[in-house]
Ligand binder design. Structure first.
Ligand code: AMP
Length: 113
């Protein structure tokens, strides 16, 4: 069965897509936690970061490079932004398909809640 994010990648569920290529797809979060909140998610349905393997190295690098490029393209690099990957219940994961949150456009606090 396809994951939610596979369905978005395949166009079966609508999303506001800001970038897509053969490895990943990036789209706006449906419930944004900052003025800019984008999810960068791989085509391959890796469930979560702690279950990625060395074979996924290129994908993982690509996700981060893509997040950085999107941040630059959207003008976030100068003021700053945050990337977040949630794993499991304590991490706050709700969708079991790996994704990098890209958050920006306001001052973010630390530590996170
Ligand atoms: P996480 O809680 O880290 O697993 O992140 C999952 C994210 O997916 C949440 O921020 C949700 O708001 C977001 N989300 C869930 N469904 C959709 C959707 N259909 N389109 C865009 N974002 C979604």
């Amino acid at each position: 069965m396809k994951t939610l994010f596979e369905k978005i990648y395949d166009g079966e569920i609508p999303a506001d897509i800001v970038h897509r290529d053969e490895i990943c797809c990036a789209f706006r979060d449906i419930s944004p936690q900052a003025p800019t909140h984008i999810l960068v998610t791989p085509r391959k349905a890796i469930p979560r970061i702690g279950e990625a393997t060395p074979a996924d190295q290129e994908i993982l690098g690509h996700l981060l490079l893509t997040a950085g490029k999107i941040a630059r393209d959207l003008g976030l690099a100068e003021t700053g932004f945050r990337t977040v990957i949630n794993h499991g219940p304590h991490g706050g994961e709700t969708v079991p398909h790996l994704h990098v949150h890209l958050l920006g456009g306001r001052q973010l606090t630390w530590p996170p809640g």
